[in-house]
Design a protein around this ligand. Structure first.
Ligand code: IVH
Length: 664
């Protein structure tokens, strides 16, 4: 139970932080899809555990809290500005549709569809036909007064037209910036030596929330209206009726509005809009589906923060185009060199991407990528950003070919070619390899030293405080405190974490050594067979190959690792500094018959290793979530399998929980 509460707290904190970054600072660091995933998980947990309900939870509020240190006056909205539940898949729409029909006891429902404009939600109030005030959404109940700013938007009528103007009309719409205007603005920003905006949404937000109205006025903002929040007199019977009324009064309404009643047509509309997305001059990130009849809307009612009669059906992660500024080579733990494309930073679905792995020289050749090329990159759910193609038509002739260096960029040793890889053979004489070895040693599946990052390793090496992994156990507070950015608290935390991580099981110890080809699964098999470090260190190739999964290549990696005197020394030092090795308990059979699905990237081991680990414990890895799946293990940037698991009510394990399960 404690775990659930802890997860709820963690999600609440995280979501609040992202709300602040998105709404207040205008600088989101996760994509909408990732944000939605967290919100969904929180909602589910809160539903399952009403005992942990809290009015302070972000699920009970819409959007951002109104900043305390307010620059703008606060305004109470005429009626709450709700948010929308979002869905990502056809089946989810199907479920939404079926639930509505069941609730309303009808066979068919007319839906109103609109593109989901990616801007900022505002309330605009007209009194006696005249523009009276405007406010941001804020927390849904109270927003910030941006009347003077909105007044500068040229496309917004200051006086409603026609002869049926209501006495009071409160509207909801989206303030946004067209892509062409965004590009003009960024060009200007760069000329003025100012930071360009990451995307049109941020540009719109930054332009609207200006205390100096003259700045807003110089920016080309636009506003589309899609909802009546309050009206004197009668509200139209349908959503479409509202849209027509709004349009008739001279306001801009969302483009491409449709009324459809077949689920297939709704799905087709979503698909068509997604296809057209790149050709539009404004950003959309999905379509909004609303039950058209207002009496139906009222019967369906609402949840705390969102109506039950509408849903946002989001689009897939985006592909973006950017330029390869350079190709760098990165030296890995085992000396393998990976070419990495250094990209002109680009926003892909709300996340700034500036690097993409090119894997190896074969991949560079296959893509035909050159320095200076325009490339298309993709950030799909499960993977690290990837270069998918080179746009050769955009070449100017100034592109340069990339060549693998002949010597290691870190230590200058001549590289050797092995299969498709180039490798620096210097081992621990190469600083980059030591840094990576240390980073691996402290990682989750190994010694698991909390708060010790790659940056920490680099800083310690640079300042000569450490020479190898054993040096971790000799670090002293006085030395650490001399480092840039290291204060007492940080120093204490790291030293405590190091002390705490002195006892490890044999399998983790073996894995931490970072022997080539020996991942966590093979480490477990070795620990099981040899039971002690001494026996393992003395093992011969033939003995090693008695393990079914170990062939000559792995066996050779192991024996040559121990032939290296330096490696033996490091192990001796670790033991001398107080590292204790606990016996490895055979875990086979512990997961007998359990079925696992993996999604996202695990940090402690590769997907393949994780699968082997569970198989060695009697479990089974599946490629898709089925009704028989027992666990879905969720790493960084998970794909739709995670949502699938939630829908099917299958136990979700985060990486830490999964590792606990493996080692318990
Ligand atoms: S309707 C109760 N329609 O999407 C219905 N919202 O997460 C409230 N949005 O905050 C919203 N285009 O800023 C609606 N055609 C559209 C929209 C739209 C964009 C935004 C809006 C809202 C968010 C929903």
């Amino acid at each position: 139970m404690g775990d659930v509460k802890a997860r709820i707290d963690e999600l609440r904190e995280e979501i609040k932080r992202h709300n602040d970054l998105y709404y207040t600072k205008g600088k989101p660091i996760v994509s909408d899809a990732e944000y939605d995933k967290r919100l969904k998980e929180l909602k589910k947990l809160e539903k399952e555990h009403p005992e942990y309900a809290s009015s302070d939870s972000p699920t009970q509020k819409v959007g951002a809290p109104v900043p305390v240190r307010d620059k703008f006056k606060k305004v109470k909205h005429t009626s709450p500005m709700l948010s929308l539940d979002s869905i990502n898949e056809e089946e989810e729409f199907d479920k939404f549709d079926k639930t509505c029909k069941k609730e309303l006891e009808v066979e068919a429902i007319e839906y109103l569809l609109e593109p989901k404009l990616d801007g900022l939600s505002v309330e605009i109030v007209y009194e006696k036909g005249e523009f009276a005030r405007a406010s941001t959404r804020g927390d849904g109940l109270i927003g910030e007064d941006v009347t003077e700013n909105v007044k500068t938007i040229k496309t917004l009528p200051k006086k409603l037209k026609g002869d049926k103007v209501p006495d009071m009309l409160a509207l909801r719409g989206e303030v946004m910036m067209h892509i062409s205007a965004f590009q003009r603005l960024n060009k200007k920003q760069i000329e003025l030596g100012e930071e360009p905006f990451a995307n049109p949404r941020n540009a719109a937000a930054g332009s609207l929330r200006q205390l100096d109205v003259a700045i807003t006025s110089g920016r080309e903002l636009d506003v589309y209206v899609y909802q009546i929040l309050a009206i004197s007199g009668k509200l139209p019977d349908t959503q479409k009726g509202s849209v027509d009324l709004i349009k008739g009064l001279g306001l801009k309404t969302a483009p491409d509005v449709r009324c459809l009643n077949l689920t297939d047509d709704v799905i087709k509309y979503h698909r068509d809009m997604e296809k057209r997305r790149d050709s539009l001059d404004y950003e959309i990130d999905g379509v909004v589906i609303k039950v058209d009849r207002v009496d139906f809307q009222n019967r369906l009612g609402m949840r705390t923060t969102s109506p039950k009669w509408a849903v946002a059906y989001k689009f897939e992660a985006r592909k973006e185009m950017t330029r390869v500024d350079d190709i760098a080579v990165q030296v890995g733990r085992t000396g393998i060199l990976t070419p990495v494309a250094l990209l002109q930073p680009v926003d892909v679905g709300g996340v700034t991407v500036s690097r993409a792995s090119l894997h190896n020289m074969d991949e560079v050749d296959r893509l035909g990528v050159m320095i200076g090329d325009q490339v298309r990159i993709e950030r799909a759910g499960d993977v690290i950003p990837k270069v998918i193609e080179v746009i050769k038509d955009k070449r100017t002739g100034a592109e340069r070919e990339f060549k693998m260096p002949e010597v290691c960029p870190s230590c200058g040793t001549k590289l050797v070619k092995e299969d498709v890889f180039y490798r620096c053979p210097a081992g621990f004489a190469c600083r980059a390899q030591i840094r990576e070895a240390i980073t691996h040693f402290v990682s989750k599946g190994a010694f698991d030293i909390e708060g010790f990052s790659e940056k920490t390793a680099e800083q310690l090496l640079e300042n000569g405080l450490i020479e190898d992994v054993a040096g971790i156990y000799k670090l002293e507070a006085n030395d650490l405190m001399t480092l840039d950015g290291w204060k007492q608290k940080k120093t204490e935390n790291i030293l405590n974490a190091i002390e705490k991580a002195k006892n490890v099981t044999l399998d983790r110890f073996i894995y931490a050594l970072g022997i080539r080809n020996v991942g966590s699964h093979i480490s477990a098999l070795l620990a099981e067979k040899f039971t002690s470090l001494e026996k393992f260190m003395q093992s011969k190739e033939e003995e090693l190959m008695e393990i079914k999964e170990i062939g000559p290549e792995i066996a050779e990696s192991i024996t040559s690792f121990f032939e290296e005197k330096n490696n033996r020394n490091v192990i001796q030092k670790l033991i001398a500094h107080g590292v204790k090795i606990k016996k490895y308990e055979k875990a086979a059979g512990k997961l007998e018959g359990k079925k696992f699905v993996f999604t996202g990237t695990l940090s402690a081991m590769s997907r393949g290793e994780a699968e082997k680990r569970i198989e060695s414990m009697g479990g089974e890895a599946q490629s898709n979530v089925t009704k028989d799946t027992d666990y879905v293990v969720v790493g960084e940037n998970p794909g739709s399998k995670a949502t699938d698991a939630q829908k099917k009510d299958i136990k979700i394990l985060r990486e830490a929980e999964f590792l606990k399960l493996l080692s318990s």
